[in-house]
Design a protein. Structure first.
Length: 103
């Protein structure tokens, strides 16, 4: 009976050693897995930041282009208004001269 108990104790110790060895192996893998997860998170954050930066730059370019187009349109309007005012003055003078008989 004593030998049987010793065998049971040795078997339990063997199982405990196997569990301990497996736990140590898993514990050694945890930093490696954590590092991989951290690198994946960093990469994803970097990609998200780059995409957001691209969108901001694209939006800024669109706004700059819109502002430039608007400024050019305003300049054309001013030139047209100046030219039409000049032509209007000439037209009024011409009509007046025709009415009073100078031409």
């Amino acid at each position: 009976m004593n030998d049987k108990r010793i065998e049971q104790i040795l078997e339990i110790e063997k199982q405990a050693q196997a569990i301990y060895t497996e736990a140590v192996s898993e514990a050694e893998q945890l930093p490696i897995l954590a590092e991989k997860d951290a690198q994946a998170l960093i990469e994803k954050a970097r990609q998200n930041a780059e995409e957001e930066a691209r969108q901001i730059i694209a939006k800024a370019k669109c706004e700059d282009e819109c502002a430039q187009i608007l400024a050019e349109a305003e300049q054309k309007i001013k030139r047209t208004e100046t030219l039409s005012a000049s032509n209007f003055d000439h037209a009024v003078s011409y009509v007046l001269n025709r009415v009073i008989g100078r031409e």
